[in-house]
Design a protein around this ligand. Structure first.
Ligand code: HXC
Ligand code: NAP
Length: 302
């Protein structure tokens, strides 16, 4: 990312120590880069060890004057694994921020889901994000240090999303967590906010939510369905993340802020358009998604 696209002064985030779950790829990687460019030390976690180490090395090479990036292979579905990771981080000092960004998702007719398929998504998004928040939050409360939580949601937290029901349910739960903890933990100096991005194309998302490349759902916005005629640019998301996680805007608490070019207001920002898909299209989509899942699973080290 070009430093000129970030609207904050160099060094703004010096002294911050932020854990970005799922920080090895996609939006998590971009936000990690913005934080470290501005001086924060950043911890990234995910299940593919090599992806994490490559990201950490690439970001530090690109920004030699920035903060350090530490890679932690960790599956956030496993509470003990989270505890071990957070112990290892805390051994060098407390975190000041947590970004709940890791997620799993794919489009499917709900009647085609097994209970295991539901759990595959809910265990990452709903359970994993809560487990991580609880582990870090308890330490902040015990130490009286406070901290900032940012969860990456979607605009479906307000209107649901046909064909991504486990994700919509889980993200809506995290929106409730954000609003609840903002109140409950404010007295401990802990803030909780969220961002609801519209389409910001990433490999992880595009391969599972737009597997045939025709642009169903929010991805149709690439061909002009978005009121602004385009998808999001990563630096735009990063500027919002820095605003929420950095010093200077500490009175923002309990909010979920959309960054989607008004896609939500225009068409709901979700996958309702896929009601037009045929059985054949769903069969092809499921095959393509499963192939991507298999490819990614082969790289997992935890
Ligand atoms: C129906 C499916 C399916 C499909 C998988 N399953 N794909 N069912 N249709 N297309 C079923 C499997 O058959 C299995 O059930 C169960 O789901 C678990 O599948 P696994 O592949 O074994 O799961 P696992 O290896 O744990 O992988 C988890 C995952 C995977 C969620 C399925 O996609 C993943 O790891 N994703 C991480 C990255 C990611 O998804 N990024 C995108 C985030 S984008 P059975 O019963 O057969 O055993 C995002 C964007 C939102 O959230 C906003 C956009 C605007
Ligand atoms: P992505 O690149 O696939 O990111 C998901 C990340 O989560 C991956 O790095 C993945 O790494 C990690 N992850 C998944 N399961 C994990 C687990 N059990 N433990 C630890 N890490 C895990 O997709 P993305 O598009 O950047 O999505 C990032 C976030 O933005 C998600 O919360 C998504 O819902 C949200 N979002 C994205 C968009 C968009 O347009 N891209 C729009 C709205 C919201 P491993 O597989 O290696 O574990």
């Amino acid at each position: 990312m070009d430093a000129a696209q970030i609207m904050f002064k160099p060094g703004l985030m010096k002294g911050e120590r932020i854990l970005v779950t799922g920080g090895g790829t996609g939006l998590g990687r971009e936000m990690a880069e913005a934080f470290m460019m501005l001086g924060a030390d950043v911890h990234i976690c995910g299940r593919r060890g090599e992806v994490l180490s490559e990201t950490a090395a690439a970001l530090m090479a690109a920004h030699p004057g920035g903060g350090k990036v530490h890679a932690h292979p960790c599956d956030i579905r496993v509470p003990d694994a989270i505890n071990d990771m957070v112990d290892a981080i805390w051994a060098h000092g407390p975190l000041t921020g947590l970004v709940n960004n890791a997620a799993g998702n794919f489009i499917s007719r709900t009647e085609d889901l097994s209970t295991r398929a539901f759990d595959a998504i809910a265990s990452i998004v709903f359970h994993g994000s809560f487990y991580t928040t609880l582990n870090v939050g308890k330490r902040w409360i015990a130490e009286g240090s406070g901290g900032s939580i940012l969860s990456i949601l979607t605009t479906w937290v307000w209107n649901g999303s046909a064909f991504t029901v486990p994700s919509a349910m889980s993200k809506a739960g995290l929106n409730a967590m954000t609003q609840s903890l903002a109140v409950e933990w404010a007295r401990h100096g802990i803030r909780a906010n969220a961002i609801a991005p519209g389409p910001f194309p990433t490999e992880g998302m595009s391969k599972r939510l737009n597997p045939d490349g025709t642009g169903g759902g929010p991805m149709r916005d690439q061909s002009g369905g978005n009121p602004m005629g385009r998808v999001g640019e990563m630096h735009e998301l990063c500027n919002l993340a820095v605003l929420l996680m950095g010093p200077g805007a500490a009175y923002i608490n309990g909010q979920c802020i959309a960054i989607d070019g008004a896609a939500y207001q225009a068409g709901g920002g979700n996958f309702s358009a896929l009601t037009a898909w045929t059985d054949e299209q769903w069969t092809q989509a499921a095959a393509a998604i499963r192939a991507q899942n298999e490819k990614d699973r082969a790289k997992r080290t935890v």
